[in-house]
Design a protein around this ligand. Structure first.
Ligand SMILES: O=C(O)C(=O)C[C@H](O)[C@@H](O)CO
Length: 265
């Protein structure tokens, strides 16, 4: 059989791709999101209580759909990356990358020798469809995609060098961590945060890489797309569920809901 095509990577920087954060940690909920039609889902293991097994269930659940699963691991450890690639993750988003050296180590962890240090899972791995994918060892890298998150002052300072690393496919800005890291907790609208976001977008563009961002507030998403972001997470499943549930109950309690309550970062 053929290696599954990484549709997200193929469209990266060419078309706008709308994503949704998936933090509910089950195949069932991820599949529901996949039926909506988002281009990509961020299956979050950094801040949501996922396990390798729950990530696998989500990959399997969304496989028949258009939505491409991107996994954000809790650690950038090379053995953790190896395990995620073996269960069939094709696109990784690595949090808090601050230097080009860190980015190079990630590229190395994702690729087989001589380019990198990834170990061979072979017939044990879903990535090879248990040895059914023709020529997997030689072509695996073509469909892998590395997104590094820039979300600290040091990361912003080194953004150009990070984005220029060969093997980094895209940069993703984390507005929440960036805000707190710059001394403005919970305020991505502060001028310092906004100018840092713009400088990361510019640096990423100069490196001819794609830039993405989390922007669950519609006006922010539109603004960042105008600034050049081509893949934007426009929602977070947990926030969307909470806001819909709250709005529903509030109708009966006679309480007015905040109009942007689904826009939590
Ligand atoms: O810094 C950010 O913004 C992110 O990386 C996203 C956060 O982890 C979180 O707010 C997602 O709900």
């Amino acid at each position: 059989m053929k290696l599954p095509k990484n549709t997200f990577k193929a469209r990266l920087g060419i078309e706008k791709q709308y994503g949704c954060w998936a933090g509910l940690t089950t195949g069932y909920t991820a599949e529901i999101l996949a039926t909506i039609g988002y281009d990509w889902l961020l299956v979050d293991s950094e801040h949501a209580p996922n396990t390798t097994q729950s990530l696998l269930s989500q990959l399997q659940a969304v496989a028949p759909y258009h939505s491409h699963p991107i996994v954000r691991p809790e650690s950038s450890d090379k053995d953790n990356i190896k395990r995620l690639l073996d269960i069939g993750v094709q696109t990784l988003m690595i949090p808090m990358v601050e230097t080009a050296e860190q980015a190079k180590a990630l590229v190395s962890a994702m690729h087989y020798p001589p380019k990198g240090i990834r170990g061979v899972g072979g017939g044990l791995a879903r990535a090879t469809r248990w040895d059914s994918v023709d020529n997997y060892l030689n072509i695996a890298g073509d469909e892998l995609c590395l997104i590094v998150q820039i979300e600290s002052a040091l990361g912003v300072k080194n953004a150009a060098e990070i984005a220029n690393v060969d093997g980094v496919d895209a940069v993703f800005i984390g507005p929440a961590d960036l805000s707190i890291g710059l001394g403005h907790p919970g305020n991505p609208y502060h001028a310092d945060v906004q100018s840092s976001i713009l400088s990361v977008i510019d640096a990423t563009f100069s490196a001819e890489k794609a830039c993405g961002i989390l922007a669950p507030v519609e006006a922010d998403a539109r603004k960042y797309m105008e600034m050049g972001c081509s893949f934007v997470a426009v929602g977070i499943d947990i926030s969307l569920m909470r806001s819909a549930a709250k709005e529903n109950l509030n109708k009966y309690l006679g309480v007015s809901s905040k109009s942007n309550s689904s826009g939590t970062y």
